[in-house]
Design a protein. Sequence first.
Length: 173
Amino acid sequence: MPSKSTSTEKPRSKAGRQASKASIKPADAIRLLKADHREVKGWFKEFEKLDDEAEKLEMAKKICLALTVHAQIEEEIFYPAIRGEIDDDDLMDEAEVEHATAKQLIAEIQRMKPGDRLFDAKVIVLGEYVNHHVEEEESEMFPESRDSDADLKELGAKLAARKQELMQKLAKN
């Protein structure tokens, strides 16, 4: 007779184990932000392969929503906490300016539709811009943050909660 699964048994698949770990142990701030980076980078690659205008529009909306939420949680929670922990005001200032520029491009894309002159170019340039920003965060800001006294697990929990709240709110719009 097969044994019944109990809640104390470990999930057998790697994906199941990872999902269980994620539900028990929140990611630290850097892991959460890096996961966002990987996700949106993949969407930019997908966008470049699309030909169908409806699919391009949906992918652009998905990218813009994700980046809007990501930028907001960084600006509200991560950047203020890290600014006080690392001694690199120039890096933090540049990140803020890069966010402002990305938000401007996102607003322009959101007012457009596929087929409009420069729509594809703006999405592609946004992707290149985001790649540059991600490279700076992951090669400079994140290592400095890891070396600081910041509680990255607590920040991760705050980021995850705020991200969920914003995704629910903004996805309705």
